[in-house]
Every structure is written in structure tokens, then in C-alpha cells.
Design a protein around this ligand. Structure first.
Ligand code: FAD
Length: 545
């Protein structure tokens, strides 16, 4: 059996390594266009900023180490430029000319290429993408040569990692993002927390606008934005997305969907004995069913491994699961993470759901160093978890990973209450934020808690009495116009005031984070009021405005 793999990084190399472990005698050839295989693509931004000092640290394996450890035939500088599915061959261009390589099984793991929008001046040498080790080394070289001002185009994961690192290297950094907020898949109220952190570390933001041109200059280029802003830069990082690198395979008859390879649940394509995995492949979203490529390293590694199983253990191979898109990014002192669907995706898919905001501490509030995990959780009307996002200085990864596991396992908010999570004061809380999300969710489902959302503020102010149950000092620091301030500890004695002020209208309660307003909501409901508590309180409201 001769297995030929195109692309020697996450999906391709995972497939090759697994194939070798399953079959000692197979001939396994990896064809990689670039200079390196098995490099740490996810580490590239950290070399730009100097956190990873040497680019050698990004080279996890080499063709020589892979030959020694796994007897793999890894050929760098081998660009696959064509395929003939009938003859079962690929055409390869190398420095020495072209050659044809035959296969019994072909695995396509070509990943994606950075998008280069056709803007005037985009080919200036000061404009760089960040996808390869050479890109990272070139950007690092610019920093070492004394670059002072950087513009990062695109505020997705890679753009923000680059921006953070360039700021850390003491460059003046501006990020430009077409969407209204940074990290477009993040809920706006959480993106606002990440944006504030970026500004704290000195990164300027231009949201809701795009670059229209780069004007090359002698000392610096100028990035021109759609809103007329002109940003001088001696370094421009282009991180506006990536496109599956599939054109040559599509031309040979491979079925693609908007450029990404269609595969079945085992990674099999429409062509005989041709499999595919990684960034170049269409995934199905586990929650919404939407089909799109999901460019994440974990998924690519796992899918590559499973394709090897499909080729060599076809009777027992497990299907490649649908995608949750679980992802995390560090922004300054904060981590920002997400799993499953966000509000926009749920709305687009027409999935009825509830949303809750929590700001619980990552560990017991009374233990030194407590800090909030700003958490948004979406769940269906049946209680099934659909998505979660979090931002915070500590403990974000734990909560999102637990919630990702819960979504994968089909758990409900009730199940979250029962999760037996590790606790001692430095690590968590006796009621972990995930348990609390379950409790609040269960309360919503059985009617114990009714919430209103910051997005409904205008309607609420127009039609209901807003009761702010924070302390007088908190109220004085800023409040919703027309709100009645009754600290929650006084509410039971002052229900008459609420009745008079409401004058038959509904009552909408709020506090700092949603905890005290929940207590107040219970008091009001049991006293006969039409009441609801603001999800996430003023913390969420302020981030939404
Ligand atoms: P790639 O890793 O892109 O590998 C494809 C390889 O195929 C490339 O080396 C390419 O040269 C080669 N190739 C393509 N076409 C041909 C051809 N015709 N002939 C020969 N060779 C070919 N994901 C995360 O989950 N977490 C992160 O923190 C994270 N950070 C990232 C940071 C950066 C800067 C980048 C660029 C990506 C990051 N990712 C991260 C995404 C992650 O790296 C990718 O999802 C993953 O590498 C995809 O693996 P892949 O094997 O499908 O493709």
C-alpha cells in the first residue's frame, strides 16, 4: 500500500504518523510545497513578538527526524501541481523539474492560503501575511530592524495575536476590522471587554471600516481606510482570512463547496481512494448544521488521524465528528474563548434559545486574586447546551473546555448543575461558574428566573419601571434614566414604592452582575409583580452600549 499525503503540517502529518503506527510496511510519502513540515503554525505570532526567541523552536519535526522515528518519506520543496484520479497519480514540481508520483491512497491536506484582497498597493514589501515560518521570521526581522508603527488588517484570532505581540515588542499598533467589533464571532458584549484590554495594552482600534489602499512611501507606507483615515506604517500584517488551497484539485474533478473539499464522515472525497482533512475541508457545524471550513489545529490533527484509520482500518474507523469550533485566544492579560454557536448563528439557523450572562469569579471570591470570568451561555428550549463564550484573566479555558465537552455530550443545563468539578479555593469555587450557569439555566426553564436583555433596554425604558437594586453609591456612579433605586436589602419593606412607581407597568430589575437582581426578582414575583432580571446586570449592559 502506497499512501501519498499532500501537505505536511497538522492534518497531513497526523495522518502520516498514525498510518505508520497502524501499518509498518506501508510506503508513506508526504509531499510538502514549503521548506518545513510539522511546524508550529499556532506559534508563529509568538516568534514575531519575541516570546518564542528562535524560529527553530517552531520546527517540531524535520524530514530527518520523521524518517528516523516513523520511517516516513517526507519531501519538502515538492509542490503538487496536478492530479490524475484515473491514473492515480499526482504531478509534482520541484527545484529539479516535474515528476509524477503514483498512489494507492491519496490524502489531501493542503490547508489554506491567506486571503490577499486586490487592493492598490497590497504588494508593497511592507505588507506581510502570517502563515509560514518564513512569514514569521520576516516579520520578526522587521521588528528587529526597528519598525515603529504597525497596522494589522483584520481583528480575527491571528490578527489579534499579531497585534498583541507587536505591542509587546513596543511598536505603535493599530488594528483595522471591517466588522463592528474585534473577534467577529464573539458576542459584542464580550468583544467590548477584549477591545478595552487591547486599548489598555496600547493597541488602537478602527472597527467598522476596511483598508481601501496601501500607498507605498520611502520611509513608511500609508494604509488608507474606507472612512478616510490614513495610517502611516512601516509594517502591515494582512490577516483578513484564509481560503482553502484546493484550486488544482478542484480542476481535476474534486468536488468542492465554495472552494473547500467535500468529504463524507470518514474524510472520503468524491474521487476513488482520495481522502482529505484539515483547513481545506468543509465541516458541518454541530449545532446549526451550517457547512463551512473550520480552520483550527485540533480539528485538523484529529481529522488527519481519523483519515489514516479510514484508509487502514475501514471497518472500525470512527466517523469524524461535526464541528464545535472551540477556540481560544490571548489578548493582553485576558483569555477569550468560545465553543458551539453564537447568538447570530443561532438566529440565522432559526434555533430558539435562551441566553444567560454570568460574571462569577474564577475561584472563591474571598480567596486572594479572584477575577471574573465573563460568561455567555446559550441553551435550547429543551435545556440542551448550544454555545458558550467567555472572557477573563484566569479560568476561561477551564470553563469553555468543560462547556465544549458538555455540548459534545449533549448535556443540558440540569446536567451542568450536577457536574462534579475540581475545587479548592485557589482553583475554583464550591459552586463553579459552570454549575452556576446550569442553576441559572434551570431556573429560566422552570420559570423561577425570568430575564431581560441589555439589547431590550430601549423597549424596557419605554414600557416598564426599571428598578435598580444596587447600593446608592453604585447607583450614583451611573444608572438607566428613570430607574428607581431601591437596594435589594430594602426591597421587601419598600414594595409599596415599587407599586406606586410602576403604576400597573411591568417591573424590570437590574443590579451589578445579575445576582442581586435575581433575588429582587424573586421577591417581586412572589409579591405579584410582572418582573424580570437583567441578564448580566450593569456589567453586561455597559459592555453592550
Ligand atoms: P496547514 O497547517 O496549513 O498545512 C498545509 C500544508 O500543505 C502547508 O504547509 C502547505 O505548504 C502545504 N501545501 C498546500 N498545497 C500544497 C500542494 N499543492 N503541494 C504540496 N504542499 C502543499 N489553530 C488553533 O486551533 N489554535 C491556534 O492558536 C492557532 N493559531 C494559528 C496561528 C497562525 C498564525 C496560523 C496561520 C494558524 C493558526 N491556527 C490555530 C490554525 C491552524 O494552524 C490550522 O488550523 C492548521 O494548521 C491546519 O492544518 P492543515 O494541515 O489543514 O493545514
Amino acid at each position: 500500500m502506497k499512501i501519498v499525503i499532500v501537505g505536511g503540517v497538522a492534518a497531513g502529518m497526523s495522518c502520516a504518523a498514525r498510518a505508520r503506527r497502524l501499518d509498518a510496511s506501508a510506503e508513506i510519502v508526504v509531499l510538502e510545497r514549503g521548506e518545513h513540515v510539522s511546524f508550529a503554525g499556532c506559534g508563529l505570532p509568538y516568534h514575531v513578538g519575541g516570546e518564542i526567541g528562535s524560529s527553530e523552536q517552531l520546527l517540531v519535526q524535520t524530514p530527518t527526524s520523521l524518517r528516523a522515528a516513523l520511517n516516513l518519506d517526507v519531501r519538502t520543496g515538492h509542490d503538487v501541481v496536478g492530479m490524475d484520479p484515473q491514473a492515480r497519480t499526482v504531478r509534482v514540481r520541484t527545484a529539479g523539474g516535474e515528476e509524477t508520483v503514483g498512489y494507492d491512497a491519496l490524502v489531501l491536506a493542503p490547508g489554506a492560503r491567506a486571503v490577499r484582497p486586490p487592493l492598490p498597493g497590497i504588494d508593497s514589501p511592507r505588507v506581510r501575511t502570517l502563515r509560514t515560518v518564513a512569514d514569521a521570521v520576516a516579520l520578526r526581522g522587521r521588528v528587529d530592524d526597528g519598525a515603529r508603527r504597525a497596522v494589522v488588517l483584520g481583528a480575527g484570532f491571528i490578527g489579534l495575536e499579531a497585534a498583541e505581540q507587536l505591542a509587546q515588542a513596543r511598536l505603535e499598533v493599530t488594528v483595522v476590522e471591517l466588522s463592528p467589533h474585534v473577534l467577529p464571532p464573539l458576542e459584542p458584549e464580550l468583544a467590548a471587554v477584549a477591545a478595552a484590554e487591547l486599548e489598555r495594552i496600547g493597541v488602537a482600534l478602527h472597527n467598522g471600516t476596511a483598508a481601501t489602499a496601501v500607498e507605498p512611501g520611502t520611509g513608511e507606507d500609508v494604509v488608507v481606510l474606507g472612512d478616510g483615515t490614513r495610517l502611516p506604517a512601516d509594517l502591515v500584517v494582512l490577516s483578513v482570512g484564509a481560503r482553502p488551497d484546493t484550486a488544482i484539485f478542484e480542476a481535476a474533478g474534486l468536488e468542492c463547496e465554495r472552494g473547500a473539499i467535500r468529504v463524507d464522515e470518514h474524510g472520503r472525497t468524491n474521487l476513488p481512494d482520495v481522502w482529505a482533512a484539515g483547513d481545506a475541508v468543509v465541516s458541518t457545524d454541530a449545532v446549526t448544521g451550517v457547512r463551512r471550513p473550520v480552520p483550527l489545529a485540533g480539528a485538523a490533527n484529529r481529522a488527519g488521524r481519523q483519515v489514516a484509520d479510514a484508509i487502514l482500518r475501514h471497518d472500525t474507523a470512527r466517523p469524524i465528528p461535526t464541528s464545535l469550533g472551540t477556540a481560544i485566544v490571548r489578548v493582553g492579560a485576558l483569555a477569550t474563548a468560545m465553543t458551539g454557536a453564537n447568538r447570530a448563528a443561532l438566529a440565522h439557523a432559526g434555533i430558539a434559545h435562551h441566553t444567560l450572562h454570568l460574571h462569577a469569579s474564577q475561584h472563591a471570591g474571598w480567596y486572594p486574586g479572584a477575577s471574573p470570568v465573563h460568561l455567555v451561555v446559550h441553551f435550547g428550549l429543551d435545556g440542551c447546551l448550544l454555545g458558550a463564550q467567555a472572557v477573563g484573566a484566569d479560568g476561561v479555558d477551564k470553563r469553555i473546555d468543560v462547556l465544549a465537552t458538555a455540548i459534545r455530550g449533549g448535556l443540558t443545563v440540569d446536567d451542568l448543575i450536577d457536574l462534579d468539578l475540581a475545587y479548592a479555593p485557589p482553583f475554583g469555587a464550591a459552586k463553579d461558574p459552570v454549575n452556576l450557569a446550569g442553576m441559572a439555566g434551570a431556573n429560566v426553564l422552570d420559570g423561577t428566573l425570568r430575564v431581560w436583555h441589555a439589547a431590550d433596554l430601549d423597549d424596557v425604558v419605554a414600557s416598564a419601571l426599571v428598578v435598580d437594586v444596587r447600593s446608592r453609591a453604585e447607583f450614583a456612579s451611573g444608572h438607566v434614566p428613570g430607574a428607581l433605586n431601591i437596594p435589594h436589602t430594602e426591597l421587601r419593606e419598600r414594595l409599596g414604592e415599587v407599586r406606586d412607581a410602576a403604576a400597573g407597568r411591568a417591573v424590570r430589575v437590574l443590579c451589578g452582575s445579575g445576582v442581586r437582581s435575581h433575588i429582587a426578582h424573586r421577591v417581586l414575583t412572589q409579591a405579584g409583580f410582572d418582573s424580570a432580571s437583567l441578564s448580566g446586570g450593569m456589567l453586561t449592559l455597559r459592555a453592550t452600549l
